[in-house]
Design a protein around this ligand. Structure first.
Ligand code: FAD
Length: 314
């Protein structure tokens, strides 16, 4: 059972303790170091994300913009990521770039897309709650049509997604997720089972349309079905994505060893923060989604002591 806003009752320091497996650290370098470590040790790719959404002041927008510019510059120049095929991509949340109306985020995002292109770095516009769906889809498809390596995200909980995926152009990267934002029943399903069935059906449809599918879930049976039933139709256009700190080591070990039938590129979403306030917001959202997260974190931390691999603990 989902306990609404459980995280409000958890004190900040405890949230920080929870953060350990889920957040790479408090600097750009920390994010780059985790990305390089996973690539060097396991061949696992990364997408870097600055935790800085829910902006209220203009100076936060400027800080987010400057940080993303620095990340793109660093990625373009870093010898550790010389191979463009495995260079980390960058993920951003549009709300991190406006302290006013949502439409004001367009300018900074388009500037960043230009810089990402110059540095040879792929960019993904993350999907936030339903107030952002139209803008995020419009901006990402416009950028892609203009020749940028820009992708975005569709959430299968939203009923509109079945129609939205028909507007995704062939070749564009599309991350499919169930969606983390609670949405009202008028616009979204509440059934996890249905969200997961939609993940598989929408992935199949996107591949049929020529898109590139980034299948982002930690649900092992669902992922196994994707690998056995859907991805073989176009494996060169498929990728698996998970959040840093969530997947368990036995799972990722089996995945990387081909235990699910097909080995696909595997990418970790690597969040880093410049302040604890930002990291805490991200963690509170994860806690709202998984009220039993304390147990999951404990289990993951214990697994970290016992095994090595790119799963638990990041
Ligand atoms: C790479 C990536 C990018 C994402 N980007 C977005 C985005 O742009 N917009 C958006 O709305 N959502 C995004 N999400 C979140 C996504 O929508 C889901 O909320 C999240 O992935 C949980 O759903 P699930 O499919 O993994 O299945 P679930 O059924 O939620 O989880 C399956 C299993 O994974 C484990 N698990 C799940 N969550 C946790 C946790 N927090 N801690 C420990 N174990 C856990 C549990 O063992 C659980 O049984 C992203 C997810 C990933 C992996």
């Amino acid at each position: 059972m989902r306990l609404p806003r459980l995280s409000r009752f958890v004190p900040g320091p405890l949230v920080r303790w929870f953060a350990r497996p889920y957040v790479a650290g408090g600097s750009i370098e920390a994010g780059l170091a985790v990305a390089h470590d996973r690539l060097a040790r396991f061949g696992v790719r990364a997408t870097l994300d600055l935790l800085g959404e829910a902006v209220e002041r203009e100076f936060q927008v400027l800080r987010n913009l400057a940080t993303y510019e620095a990340v793109l510059d660093r990625l373009g120049a870093d010898e550790r990521f010389a191979d463009p095929a495995t260079r980390p991509t960058v993920s951003l949340k549009p709300s991190a770039f406006t302290a006013g109306p949502p439409a004001a985020a367009r300018g900074p995002i388009f500037d960043l897309a230009g810089r990402a292109r110059e540095r040879g770095v792929g960019l993904t516009l993350d999907m936030e709650d339903r107030r952002w769906t139209d803008l995020t889809l419009a901006w990402s498809t416009e950028l892609y049509a203009a020749g940028h390596d820009v992708g975005t995200v569709l959430q299968t909980r939203l009923n509109r997604t079945r129609a939205d995926l028909e507007a995704i152009p062939p070749g564009m990267r599309l991350r499919l997720v169930i969606g983390i934002y609670p949405e009202p029943p008028e616009v979204a399903t509440r059934s996890r089972l249905e969200m997961k069935e939609r993940l598989l059906a929408y992935a199949a449809r996107l591949l049929e349309r020529g898109a590139r599918v980034e299948f982002a879930t930690h649900d092992e049976p669902c992922l196994e079905r994707f690998l056995r039933e859907v991805a073989p139709r176009a494996p060169d256009r498929c990728e698996i994505q998970m959040l840093l700190g969530v997947p368990r080591r036995p799972f990722t070990r089996r995945l990387l060893a081909g235990g699910y039938g097909l080995v696909l590129p595997f990418r970790l979403y690597v969040p880093f923060a410049l302040s604890w306030r930002d990291a805490t917001a991200y963690l509170r959202r994860r806690m709202d989604e998984s009220p039993n997260m304390a147990l999951l974190v404990l289990r993951n931390l214990l697994a970290t002591q016992r095994a090595t691999g790119p799963g638990a603990g990041g």
